[in-house]
Write a new protein. Structure first.
Length: 361
């Protein structure tokens, strides 16, 4: 039904407006008595084979919603009710900011892809923290980034401000240094800048949450050179980082079915979805080769099917995340993907999906 609605109506509407309206409808629906519970009963992953232990938690399934969909932590309960095993909110910045001028999100339907230059539009860390303070059960990560107007010299203070506010309410924290839409942000992936940043954010988390150690992860770009990926992997070990998310969107525009002219006309931004899959998988494989199972790897980038998720898990990902696959797949997609993934685990004669992690590495 969603596919019909998508082909008849949704694909003709501006991408950001469609997102805003459908997310608002979903949030409104779960406020109605009994709806959230009914959705959970219908959609939540229940197969015992799908249960995963990661980042100090037990998750009902390995598929999570990637950052950017619920930037302000407005609809976590609704998103978990659709069957995601976990939800990552953000990117949240220390100060509220409007993001880039619209339009800033575009569908490349033929490529099952999106281009976005949202630019971290969000209400700021204090507002997100207030909402998360009333969160319910389920695993929720908080993804933090740099406020646009803050110069690089003050980036650490900006990140630690967000960490301090959000760590007490999050099950894990992600330092996002890989969005292409905040000038200079990706430069922070250089290890001589990343080391002091991650060390300070770790300290801020420990100060803000003294009795519960909040796992800390870093999210990296697919456009890094191999040597830089290796350097970040080594840094993760050096600092005792809990995980790496690979990857964010790409600035590349290769291998697209959409015409060059049409793509150029859309302008700058990060490309996500199917065309990103091969590179994200390659980055994941490189991390796994360097790290083995010592650091938790979360795969993101072009995951649209159970085959995609299974391949990432076998390549070394403990968890997987998606954004674009959800946009094209609709509200029934997380449930479908988890169901098909459980069938794969059973077909492989495994008792648990955890036994498949890194099987191909
Ligand atoms: C519209 C849009 C907004 C996004 N915003 C963020 C963000 O704020 N922070 C972040 O870390 N990643 C953001 N992402 C990247 C996704 O979290 C994900 O890493 C990337 O899109 C690759 O996964 P996908 O191919 O499943 O979409 C955004 C992606 C899209 C499409």
């Amino acid at each position: 039904m969603y596919r019909l609605l998508y082909w008849l109506v949704l694909r003709w509407l501006p991408a950001e407006a469609t997102h805003r309206v459908s997310f608002a409808l979903l949030r409104a629906a779960v406020v109605l008595p009994g709806v959230a519970r009914a959705l959970e009963r219908l959609c939540a992953p229940r197969a015992p084979e799908l249960r995963v232990h990661a980042l100090g938690r037990e998750l009902p399934g390995p598929l999570g919603l990637a950052a950017g969909f619920d930037k302000d932590a407005r609809g976590v309960r609704a998103l978990l009710a659709l069957g995601f095993g976990f939800v990552e909110v953000g990117t949240v910045t220390a100060e509220p900011q409007p993001g880039n001028p619209r339009p800033r999100m575009f569908r490349l339907t033929r490529d099952r892809a999106l281009i976005n230059r949202m630019g971290f539009n969000n209400d700021g860390a204090a507002a997100a923290a207030r909402r998360l303070a009333h969160r319910g059960a389920g695993t929720i990560g908080a993804n933090i980034g740099k406020t646009r107007r803050v110069p690089e010299a003050e980036a650490i203070a900006d990140f630690t401000d967000s960490a301090r506010r959000l760590a007490p309410h999050a099950d894990y924290l992600v330092v996002n240094v890989s969005s292409p839409n905040t000038p200079g942000l990706r430069d922070l992936q250089a290890v001589d800048k990343l080391r002091p940043l991650l060390t300070s954010v770790r300290a801020a988390c420990d100060l803000a949450s003294p009795t519960r150690r909040v796992p800390l992860l870093v999210k990296i770009a697919p456009d890094l050179a191999d040597a830089d990926i290796d350097a970040i992997a080594d840094l993760a070990l050096e600092l005792g980082l809990d995980g790496i998310i690979a990857t964010n969107t790409t600035i590349a525009r290769t291998g697209l079915a959409t015409s060059d002219a049409a793509v150029t006309a859309l302008g700058a931004g990060g490309l996500s979805g199917a065309p990103l899959a091969a590179r994200s998988l390659a980055v994941l494989r490189r991390l796994r080769a360097r790290l083995g199972g010592r650091v938790t790897l979360i795969a993101a980038g072009g995951i649209a099917t159970a085959d995609d998720a299974w391949q990432r898990i076998r390549a070394g990902a403990t968890l997987v995340q998606a954004y674009t696959g959800f946009i094209y797949g609709g509200p029934g997609w997380p449930r479908r993907l988890h169901r098909e993934l459980a069938a794969k685990v059973r077909a492989a004669h495994l008792a648990s999906i955890e036994q498949a992690i890194g099987a191909d590495a």
